[in-house]
Design a protein around this ligand. Structure first.
Ligand code: ZN
Length: 168
């Protein structure tokens, strides 16, 4: 596994619509392994392939499934070609930050619960039900695949005085 440099704004790859993955070959496996290592080293709780300069529809997320249980173990999700299929009516505003936009954070309204469909790194279909922070991370990462940054959606953006946790 190799740490890859994280691309930051205004790199145009962050604004491109990423290509669907069609080949689940060794290059994809290497990309996924490198993304996991890069996310953990950042540290971050999610990473999308365009953030390491690869315009393909791959995301990795590592976060507890139930964020109301403080002792819940982190779970690693790798989703290829992710799509949001169902969204809750209920929304929530919270503060986000992005590894590709250093030195800023902002308040973003997101759907409270979503269902994500996609494929595993081996091409098998998967479905993930996410709520709360986990749902927020998935929405943030899937936005990256469409060239959308949280600052596009933010109600307000500012420079934090303390380091930001849970970067995505
Ligand atoms: Zn981000």
């Amino acid at each position: 596994m190799t740490l890859r440099p994280i691309v930051t704004v205004p790199d145009p790859v962050l604004r491109r619509k990423a290509r669907p993955v069609t080949r689940f070959d060794s290059d994809l496996q290497t990309l996924v392994d490198d993304m996991i290592e890069t996310m953990r080293a950042a540290p971050g709780v999610g990473l999308a392939a365009p953030q390491v300069g690869v315009s393909e529809r791959v995301i990795v997320v590592e976060y507890p499934e139930d964020d109301e249980d403080e002792d819940a173990p982190k779970k690693l999700f790798v989703v290829v070609n992710p799509e949001i299929r169902q969204r809750s009516q209920e929304k929530e505003i919270a503060v986000e930050a992005c590894l590709s936009i250093p030195g800023l954070q902002g308040e973003v309204e997101r759907d409270l619960a979503i269902t994500v469909r996609g494929q595993t790194r081996r091409g098998q279909p998967i479905k993930i039900k996410a709520k709360g922070w986990l749902a927020r991370i998935f929405q943030h990462e899937i936005d990256h695949l469409d060239g959308v940054l949280y600052t596009d959606r933010a109600l307000r953006v500012w420079q934090p005085t303390e380091p930001v946790e849970d970067n995505v």
